[in-house]
Design a protein around this ligand. Structure first.
Ligand code: ADP
Ligand code: GLC
Length: 492
């Protein structure tokens, strides 16, 4: 790395493969890798959760840091260094009281009450690590509410003339619906004076709203698709914060995520039973057969197999699934394989579905990277009826595996899927426009009838889908342009 390279620190609550709940973890791993390929000195800092095995990832101990919090409390934090994918230096903040827990944000669905303190400390520790090592970033890049708090903090350091305030700040919103509401008593610990506790600052409904503080104080804000950027600039998509985003519209844009094709590529994927390419799909047939066998489904190549891999949360359209799936299964000759975990009622629904349609439905409740790959490869269609979807990576992976997405046309799903055109047999998936069980059911029916009545269209669409690329290079260049802009502004 050139000594003059732009220094960018990503601070985040997730990074794959160390700790991941969803796509945020994928992005935090892929973006710095792509940035380094552009000559940026990109690094990551995240918490050392109990689930991260130091030996497995060969983490090396580094000198600890002393973090002086705003209320005068001093926290000693251990520091561990690792090498993330793509030679990206990654630092882990060790603080047993806050991070030595199994969950990232919650314990079996019960949110930790001290998240403002936990993630507030993460950002402060990350900057202290940089200061101690004489590597002050030109840009600190936070992700979602957990590290949005860094934006007002950087602003406060800037006003106080502290070295850490020379850093420019960028916030990426991966999900506007999680904002991080906390009791105002955390303000002191976070180092934020009363002047920040206003409606134009970090206050909302008498509480701290971390995401709002991030939006109001970041030097630039991004979100993960152009359509979602438009959706959250008005209500109800903005979840109460649309007007604040509108005020920042000159510094706000949507940049589509990329997919990591080193990991998600049917030509090279070692997690699937057979590899295949757009020109020859024989391997995909093997993947389907083996998936049906493994999951206890009738081994029939002629029946269309639908796949689901998701967090089970209302965002993902689990309400529509509950309405449409039994209905579709009663009417149509189709199979379903689902993998997911989250909301207990939704988990129970999928267990029920598998019991009710033996040999036609399989449901694995849990989290499995390997099975996710086997479903992407073995299924014919991929269901993603999200009520809203900031970007969505799962449908991008599905496209690469020739598994045609059936999606609600919202956010990144609208931006990444080309609607099926039955006149020409073109398109990469099936979209519906109103978030209802009826529309979802009908669109599953559209996919099923295309499968049986126009098989040549399915073949054509698969080939088209498998050639689509959402590469990180293009997205990283857009982030780089933003970094350069905020750094230039900060230095003037
Ligand atoms: P979100 O981040 O909202 O969950 P994305 O589509 O952006 O949605 O990313 C989801 C990521 O999480 C994908 O990599 C997907 O494969 C993975 N994933 C979700 N649920 C599971 C699960 N139960 N097992 C394995 N991987 C999962
Ligand atoms: C969030 C969003 C998802 C997006 C991911 C990565 O989890 O729900 O749509 O793909 O972040 O940006």
């Amino acid at each position: 790395m050139e000594p003059s390279a732009l220094k960018v620190l990503l601070v985040a609550s997730e990074c794959a493969p160390y700790a991941k709940c969803g796509g945020l973890g994928d992005v935090v791993a892929s973006l710095p890798k792509a940035l380094r390929q552009q000559g940026v000195d990109a690094r990551i800092v995240m918490p050392l959760y109990a689930s991260i095995a130091k030996e497995k990832y060969q983490l090396q101990p580094e000198p600890p840091v002393r973090v002086l919090c705003g209320n005068g409390e001093v926290n000693g934090c251990g520091v561990w260094r690792g090498q993330a994918d793509g030679d990206v230096p990654i630092g882990f903040v060790e603080h047993d009281r806050y991070f030595a827990r199994t969950g990232i944000y919650d314990d079996n669905g019960y949110e930790f009450g001290d998240n403002a303190f936990r993630f507030g400390l993460l950002g402060m520790a990350a900057m202290q690590i940089c200061r101690d090592r004489d590597w002050l970033p030109d840009v600190v890049h936070g992700h979602d509410w957990p590290t949005a708090v860094l934006m007002p903090q950087v602003h406060a350091w800037r006003k106080a003339g502290l070295p850490s305030g020379r850093t420019a700040s960028v916030l990426t919103i991966h999900n506007q619906s999680y904002q991080g509401y906390y009791h105002p008593s955390a303000m002191g610990y976070l180092g934020l004076g009363a002047e920040f506790f206003t409606p134009d600052g970090i206050e909302a409904w008498g509480k701290i709203n971390l995401l709002k503080g991030g939006i109001n104080f970041a030097d630039a804000i991004t979100t993960v698709s152009p359509t979602y950027a438009r959706e959250i600039m008005s209500e109800p998509g903005g979840q109460g914060l649309a007007m604040y985003l509108q005020r920042r519209s000159d510094d706000f844009e949507g940049i589509l995520n990329g997919a990591d094709y080193d990991i998600w590529n049917p030509e090279t994927d070692r997690r699937i039973p057979a590899n295949y390419r757009a020109e020859s799909l024989i391997g995909k047939q093997t993947c389907k057969r083996e998936l049906q066998a493994e999951r206890g489904l009738q081994e029939d190549p002629a029946v269309p197999l639908f796949g689901i891999v998701t967090r089970l949360a209302s965002q993902k359209g689990t309400g529509l699934m509950r309405e449409a799936l039994p209905w579709a299964l009663n009417e149509m000759n189709m199979q379903l394989v689902a993998l997911g975990s989250g909301n207990a009622d939704d988990e129970e629904f999928f267990r029920w579905l598998a019991r009710t349609y033996p040999g036609r439905v399989s449901a694995e409740i849990g989290y499995s990277e390997d099975l996710a790959h086997r479903i992407q490869a073995g299924a014919d269609f991929f269901l993603m009826p999200s009520l809203f979807e900031p970007c969505g990576l799962a449908q991008m992976y599905a496209l690469r595996y020739g598994t045609l997405p059936v999606v609600h046309a919202t956010g990144g799903l609208e931006d990444t899927i080309e609607q099926y055109n039955p006149d020409e047999g073109r398109g990469t998936g099936f979209k519906f426009y109103s978030p209802t069980g009826q529309a979802f059911h009908d669109t599953i029916g559209w996919a099923v009838s295309t499968w049986y009545d126009r098989p040549s269209h399915v073949t054509q669409m698969r080939e088209q889908a498998m050639r689509v690329r959402f590469d990180w290079e293009t997205s990283a260049q857009r982030y780089l342009a933003i970094y350069r802009r905020v750094v230039a502004r900060q230095r003037n």
